[in-house]
Ligand binder design. Structure first.
Ligand code: SF4
Length: 180
């Protein structure tokens, strides 16, 4: 059962960093962002297993950071477990290897995924900032259309309904534009 996640403004928390690695869980976050944007979760023949709305969200974060002169990178792993909350020791080591070149990690995952990131980076100077707000769990109806288009519609009786306003700019809830 996926957790319900909505982007939150972390501009102030990231202001002091010159380099940020965006670490994303490829399970609940893309599902939630797709539902919030009323967009497909998977369009296999266009984007493979990636969710276009979520990729656009990540890119908008990178664009806003780049405008501030921040170096960015992206990290996501699908094997052996795509769920960040269940990362193996080997996945944590791979993450540590990537993250140690950055001042901070921006986590696109729930509280539990963020715990995995903190655990992997324990004892380092790399800061961990969570960019998604966790708000219960979500129940949705999945439809699979032709050709391999997978969409999810949240149900009204969902324990944690998709309640956040759909972002018009995918990055607007993660960053506040700053003058200068
Ligand atoms: S880390 Fe959180 S967001 Fe990712 S699969 Fe686990 S519960 Fe879902």
């Amino acid at each position: 059962m996926p957790v319900n996640l909505t982007p939150k403004d972390v501009s102030a928390e990231l202001a002091e960093f010159n380099s940020v690695l965006i670490a994303s869980c490829p399970v609940c976050p893309p599902m939630c962002v797709a539902m919030q944007n009323d967009a497909p979760f998977i369009e296999f023949f266009k984007h493979g297993i990636k969710t276009e709305a979520f990729e656009a969200h990540i890119q908008s974060i990178r664009d806003l950071l780049t405008k501030r002169g921040v170096r960015t990178g992206v990290f996501s792993i699908h094997t052996p477990t795509p769920m960040m909350c269940l990362w193996t020791e080997s996945q944590r080591r791979r993450f540590l290897k990537r993250a140690k070149d950055y001042d901070a990690v921006l986590v696109l995952a729930c509280d539990s995924g963020t715990v995995s990131a903190r655990d992997a980076l324990e004892g380092t100077d790399c800061s961990v900032v969570q960019a998604l707000q966790m708000d219960g769990v979500v129940n949705a109806t999945t439809t699979i259309g032709f050709p391999l288009v997978v969409s999810m519609k949240p149900n009204m009786e969902s324990p944690g309904p998709i309640s956040g306003p759909p972002p018009t700019d995918h990055g607007e809830h993660t960053f506040t534009e700053q003058a200068g």
